[in-house]
Design a binder for this molecule. Sequence first.
Ligand code: HEM
Length: 489
Amino acid sequence: MLIPFRLELLISTLVLLVPMYLYFRSRSRSKNPAALPINWPIIHMFPSLLVNVHNLLDYFTLVLAGNGHNFRAHGPPGTGMRFFVTCDPANIRHIFTTNYTNFPKGAEFAAIFDIMGDNLFNVDGARALRPRVKIHTVLSSPRLVASMEACCRDKELMSRFMFDLATTALFSVDPGLLSTDMPPMDIPVAMDTVMEVGFFRHMMPASCWKVMRWLNIGPERKLGAAHTVLRVFIAKMIERRNIDKVHVSNDEEQEGVDILSSYINDPDFADYDFLCAGLIGLMLALRDTVRTTLTWIFYNLAQNPDIVATIRNELLPIALQKAPTGAGAMVIFEPEEIKSLVYLRATLYETLRLYPPAPLERKTVATKDIMPSGHKVHAGDTVFVSIYSMGRMRDVWGENCLDYNPHRWLSKDGNTLRYVPSHKFLSFNSGPRICPGKDIAVMQMKIIIATVLWNFDVEVLEGQSIRPKSSCILQMENGLIVKLKKRQA
Ligand code: HEM
């Protein structure tokens, strides 16, 4: 019987790993935190990665800062754990642009995010070309952009709000998570699980998580359940959309308003599973990134009243032109009105610099190569690009790199934004895989920040523990509790 054998293997692995974990944890506390991971015989650097996994981004940042922006790490032989970790802008340009074809995401990435199938997020090279052209065309449709911007004229509760917003843009269906009876959050929770277990998979030897998946235990069990929730939800949305389509048959107005309409009749997406997987990828791209950024923005703004005052000053001339419609009415800003506001955009970029929603990029080395930093990488190595760390490097952003300071984005006279190349500001990626939703996301976030700040005072409740979750998305571990107080006109 195979199962008892594998179970035994797993138990003995755990029995070995848990004491090791405790031992190395106690040792690592007394060590210089910026030092390279300790290279032990046989197990190599795996223990250092294991003990720091709950704080991995800050750990990478310390080690990268202390070691010229690059380091290598490797696990036990046979695990395939050969990592090159970097936040060096010259290496990043090489990986994302100059020698882009040599750094695909790779098969392991696609296995980690198997819920997204063979879709754009998981494929490279020629297979990514048509889906990429497709999504760029879809996201540049003026009607879709207008509908997504219009969706922003709404209220609070970031997670529910962003889920409703993403679902409306994708399927023209408002799931109503913001309704007053506060329906259950099964689908957003399932999406969070995909990102959390994805992070766990990145840090484990692939054979380990694959065995756990086969046994359906631990995080893999949770992930399996989350996959089911997401697939059922997408199937419902497609069904609902098809029913609605029959009801509005031949009504051309309906076509093209949501993203699903652009995919449903496309022969490239005729395969149902392929379509579902693509839509799940888009849901994650749309909802998680914007929601996460907004939470960090409001957290930072609450500590920086001077920045809030400057944004309100920038909004003042526009707000004065808009007469509120009654006592307590909100002032709502339109995309065109706030498009040119540079300080608002600088605040957004400053948040994305320190809190990039996708903090780590994973690439695979196709053939051996020499990085601009002089480091050699070999076929099959994994490259981790720490976007989070790059925003926190003195040599890249200056002595005050840890300060939250939108002015760093402005020209001397404060009237224009400074140009910063994408290999230095990587939050929206760089090169051929640059985020096609960037302009929509920036506009959505600007409208939300402007509308909230103009109409409310935002207070972060004291005593909260604010730290990122171990996830592929830089969510706050415990969320953020804020108090909104209506401002007096
Ligand atoms: C704060 C907002 C956002 C940030 C920081 C962001 C960032 C990123 C990053 C880092 C990637 C590369 C991911 C990877 O290669 O694994 C990416 C890809 C992508 N993003 Fe965004 N994104 C944002 C919002 C959006 C929105 C609102 C949409 C859709 C409307 C979108 C659609 C996509 C798509 C389709 C890709 C895949 C592109 C490709 O692989 O060629 N993103 N985004």
